[in-house]
Design a protein around this ligand. Structure first.
Ligand code: ATP
Ligand code: MG
Ligand code: MG
Length: 352
């Protein structure tokens, strides 16, 4: 059988491995950290850094296609890997989504709406941009941010110095604050022949910067639903994308505004495990393996809730509830803010 190489051994890599294994593939995980969650379910694990050219080469030669569970794979490692084996989704999607400035510029060029933004080089630049964009605004590091890390809210011009200091010299962008009514996301897939399938948009609630729940169906009008799916397809096609992509959206009275994209399976798509015949993980494996995309239509309404840190203690009570499906990541230490698992509560059959 064929082997799928996955860069990153966290929970996303783990759930991709489970889906791949169901389709008859073996997985080889590449992960610098010890004891990765995906290592418990994958056939092969390489523990090595992204600077280890020899390990990268051996990994690439042992697999038939390479995918990834996170977008910050160093460029040099990708260059090396690509010399031996196809990487799906491709390099362009990674390049664009690794940097919020490149990402927002790309989205605007597609005709999609984003928050107003400005590249920030220094304090004078921040002061000028804030005068232009207004308060409230958010200063975000351009790279490496997740779960709301590397972000500072600015509510008054007097805060610019402190805000910039919090970036620790990292390149940053300033974003105008979007006055949204709620947040939704589209988990979208594109196959190797250009076929596109989107899962139903989910409605997302964040707590302390971390995704807390995703609910399907989301509160969207039929027009908004169509807009959301079409704009996701637009992004996939522009990137000639192969695989699953997450698109985070703000819902406003003026229409949908794109917050960010993630070139991978996405936390807000975990509901598909119990809401669809083919979930986001299988859809991603199908796409990168050159298979036809599967049936991702929603058969059930679902609320997905993350288990963060000590939330893991709730498992005992949740385990006895008949409408709850538990998905645990096999992490031993329940640190604050650490994603330990999630559960999907099926709230009823989909009514179309
Ligand atoms: P993720 O873990 O989803 O990758 P992240 O660290 O990349 O998160 P963002 O998605 O940029 O962060 O922001 C996190 C949350 O902060 C958003 O989901 C939204 O609730 C809020 N937020 C971010 N940018 C804005 C904005 N311009 N206007 C209003 N709210 C925002
Ligand atoms: Mg992000
Ligand atoms: Mg986000």
């Amino acid at each position: 059988g064929a082997t799928i190489g996955i860069l990153g051994g966290g929970q996303l890599g783990r759930m991709l491995s489970v889906a791949a294994s169901r389709l008859g593939f073996a997985c080889h995980i590449y992960e610098p950290g010890a004891h990765p969650p995906a290592g418990q379910v994958a056939a092969h694990v390489t523990t090595a850094s992204y600077e280890d050219a020899e390990a990268l080469t051996r990994f690439a030669e042992s697999v038939d296609v390479i995918t990834y569970e996170f977008e910050n794979v160093p460029t040099q490692a990708l260059d090396l890997l690509e010399g031996h084996c196809a990487i799906r989704p491709g390099r362009e999607a990674l390049r664009i989504s690794q940097d919020r400035l490149t990402e927002k510029t790309f989205l605007q060029a597609l005709g999609l709406k984003t928050a107003p933004f400005a590249d920030i080089a220094d304090l004078d630049g921040l002061t000028a941009a804030l005068a232009e964009i207004g308060t409230p605004a958010i200063l975000k590091s351009r790279r490496f941010g997740y779960d709301g890390k590397g972000q500072v809210r600015i509510t008054d011009p007097s805060q610019v110095e402190e805000a910039l200091a919090a970036m620790n010299g990292a390149p940053a962008i300033l974003e105008g604050f979007v006055d949204f009514t709620h947040e939704v996301s589209v988990i979208a897939a594109r196959g190797s022949h250009g076929d596109v399938a989107c899962f139903d948009p989910g409605e997302n609630v964040h707590r302390d910067g971390i995704l807390h729940t995703t609910t399907v169906p989301a509160r969207l009008s039929p027009n908004q639903r169509t807009d959301a799916v079409l704009l996701a397809a637009n992004i996939l096609n522009a990137l000639e994308y192969i695989g699953v992509l997450g698109v985070e959206l703000f819902v406003t009275p003026q229409g949908l505004i794109v917050n960010e994209i993630a070139p991978r399976v996405h936390n807000s798509g975990h509901w598909t495990q119990n809401g669809c015949a083919v979930d986001q993980f299988e859809q991603h494996i199908r796409a990168i393996a050159g298979w036809p995309l599967g049936d991702g239509s929603r058969h059930s309404n679902v609320v997905m809730e993350n288990l963060i840190g000590d939330d893991i203690d709730r498992v005992v009570g949740l385990a006895t509830q008949p409408d709850v499906s538990l998905h645990l990541y096999g992490k031993t230490e329940a640190k604050p803010g650490r994603k330990m698992g999630h559960f999907n509560r099926v709230t009823g059959p989909s009514r179309g």
